[in-house]
Design a protein around this ligand. Sequence first.
Ligand SMILES: CC(C)(COP(=O)(O)OP(=O)(O)OC[C@H]1O[C@@H](n2cnc3c(N)ncnc32)[C@H](O)[C@@H]1OP(=O)(O)O)[C@@H](O)C(=O)NCCC(=O)NCCS
Length: 173
Amino acid sequence: MDLGRRTPEDTERLAFAEMTVDDLDDMAALLGDADVMRYYPRAKDRAEALGWIRWNQDLYQREGFGLWTIRLRETGEFVGDCGLTPQEVDGTIDIEVGYHVRGDLQGHGYATEAAIACRDHARDRLGVERLIAIVHPDNTPSQRVAEKIGLRFERATTSRSGLPVRVYAARLA
Ligand SMILES: CC(C)(COP(=O)(O)OP(=O)(O)OC[C@H]1O[C@@H](n2cnc3c(N)ncnc32)[C@H](O)[C@@H]1OP(=O)(O)O)[C@@H](O)C(=O)NCCC(=O)NCCS
């Protein structure tokens, strides 16, 4: 075991890596896809995708975690991102597990597989005691991923950007 490892352990099919500018084409395609971003205020353009990468690089520096790229171990093909970010809901900051999977690769269990590794990394390496997911009420796939990794519906509220959200949560410790 590599005690200095800053990303979650690889899973059966997926490898995690810190995002870099070299991922811009992949991240811009992912976050620019209106379907992938249907529960966000809008899809992101290339400059905003670069901002997303910078935001995560800043998180790696400041917090030691963030959203990581996920790629198929076998081929290196880009699948999406998954990871941990501090998020404020109703005035309280918690660690959220988040995930985005390329439209053509959804429904193969990748988000669940990656989110399990992130949950375990949060608990075992980072000592996170409470993990949440903030999900749009209509986003059934995301709610299923949250439930499948052990998070339970906690409450309905409004996000900082004014959207209705459901908070899923679990005690990890
Ligand atoms: C949420 C998301 C990451 C799930 O990725 P995924 O790799 O397809 O997820 P999994 O294959 O692990 O499947 C998780 C569950 O969602 C279900 N699911 C997947 N696609 C679905 C769809 N289009 N409609 C309904 N359910 C769906 C799966 O059946 C599974 O549930 P089950 O075990 O009860 O069958 C993906 O849909 C996505 O990227 N969505 C857009 C971005 C997003 O909304 N992210 C979350 C923000 S809170």
